[in-house]
Design a protein around this ligand. Structure first.
Ligand code: FAD
Length: 352
């Protein structure tokens, strides 16, 4: 592991902004963490993978920032055990190459395995919680290692409640119980259209992967840390909120794509939500926001309203301010509480 003092973190995030780590421990080659490297500390600790879901304060991060960007995958029958630093899509491809089902709809989600567990990442009807069996964590305050099974982890929609409330626990590895047979059907119209158009065979893992990667390309949802021209967003900025049924009706009526409420509800259910969880993109449109709208260098992506972008030299505080202005407006106009899916690390000035 490399130790670097005063590491500028902006290049380690998809937003390309934020301050310095007082001390960074970077694992970017395959070597297990040693006891000396993980000496317990009461100083603040922060965790980072590929920075695809994180906004880091311009003031930087005091204490130690662990950055895990490498690791190994081990197979035990139909279970795959992956180190936290493994690029998520490498795990998906590893499973597909071994004819194991259960991760294929989550092809090409950017980030590492550890953050995938903490955020219970999901796409096209599959979520990490569907196959996760356990995660091994390191308590950075005591140095103790623990294995937590999936029930203890309290996986919920786009979240792992247990780890979210214990920010000193660093995920080191996770085990995924996969299947030699298909586990789910693809139910997303946008992906089904791709499969039909391209003649991809959805009964095969390769056909499913090709379908998802193309659907994500069309949705502007591909991002790779190796691509210096990749767009500067963290994907969907807000979680899909829970609302009362009458509010859902009102929000859906602003839908530009003319999907029926019934269809939207079905999609939300497939996505792990329930009858009253509405798309955050619809909420923004209903509150009067428009694609491409900007606040200085912070912009709502011209095609994907839910992606806040650093379209120039925006600071982390600029992005934070825009996000909080949106949240306050949505609360005032619609009575809906939006929660960021993006994680804020460090201190920000809050005015809203
Ligand atoms: C274009 C784009 C498309 C996206 N599409 C999707 C999608 O379809 N579905 C989806 O669910 N998400 C999506 N995301 C969000 C993102 O891919 C996920 O949140 C992913 O898990 C981020 O991984 P990361 O390694 O970059 O995490 P980071 O941003 O580095 O970290 C995210 C959070 O996890 C914590 N963390 C990181 N590693 C560890 C660890 N080892 N132990 C404990 N905590 C840790 C960090 O402290 C932080 O709070 C998208 C993002 C982008 C940019």
């Amino acid at each position: 592991m490399k130790r670097i003092n005063h590491l500028v973190l902006a290049p380690y995030t998809s937003f390309h902004c934020g301050g310095e780590a007082e001390t960074a421990l970077i694992q970017d080659e395959i070597a297990p963490l040693t006891a000396a490297e993980i000496a317990p500390s009461n100083r603040p600790t922060w965790f980072l993978g590929f920075g695809a879901n994180t906004l880091i304060s311009d003031r930087g991060l005091p204490g130690t920032t662990y950055i895990l960007r490498a690791g190994q995958i081990e197979r035990q029958g139909t279970t795959l055990i992956a180190d936290a630093g493994v690029w998520w899509d490498d795990l998906v491809q590893y499973a597909i190459n071994r004819n194991l089902w259960g991760l294929e709809f989550m092809s090409a989600i950017p980030g590492n395995v550890g953050a995938g567990i903490v955020g219970n990442i999901a796409a096209y009807g599959q979520a990490v919680a569907d196959t996760l069996q356990w995660a091994e964590v390191l308590d950075t305050q005591t140095g103790e290692m623990r294995r937590l099974d999936v029930v203890q982890l309290e996986m919920t929609y786009r979240n792992c409640k247990y780890l979210q409330s214990r920010r000193h626990l660093l995920v080191l590895r996770g085990a995924f119980g996969l299947s030699p047979h298909p586990t789910k059907q693809l139910e997303y119209d946008s992906a089904l259209v791709v499969a039909t158009e391209k003649n991809y065979d959805l009964t095969t893992l390769a056909g499913r992967r090709d379908t998802i990667v193309e659907a994500r390309r069309r949705a502007g949802s591909l991002w790779d840390y190796r691509d210096e021209h990749a767009m500067r967003t963290a994907g969907s900025f807000f979680r899909n909120p829970m609302v009362a049924p009458d509010v859902a009706e009102r929000i859906m009526s602003y839908d530009e794509t003319h999907k029926s409420l019934e269809l939207l509800r079905k999609m939300n259910t497939v996505h792990g939500g329930d009858a009253t969880r509405v798309s955050a993109a619809h909420v923004l449109l209903a509150a009067g926001y428009q694609r491409g709208q900007s606040w200085g260098d912070v912009r709502l992506h011209p095609s994907h309203v839910l992606k806040l972008e650093n379209a120039g030299n925006a600071s982390a505080q600029d992005i934070y301010n825009a996000a909080h202005e949106i949240m306050a407006t949505v609360r005032a106009k619609l009575g809906v509480q939006l929660d960021p899916e993006v994680r804020f690390l460090g201190e920000f000035d809050s005015s809203n």
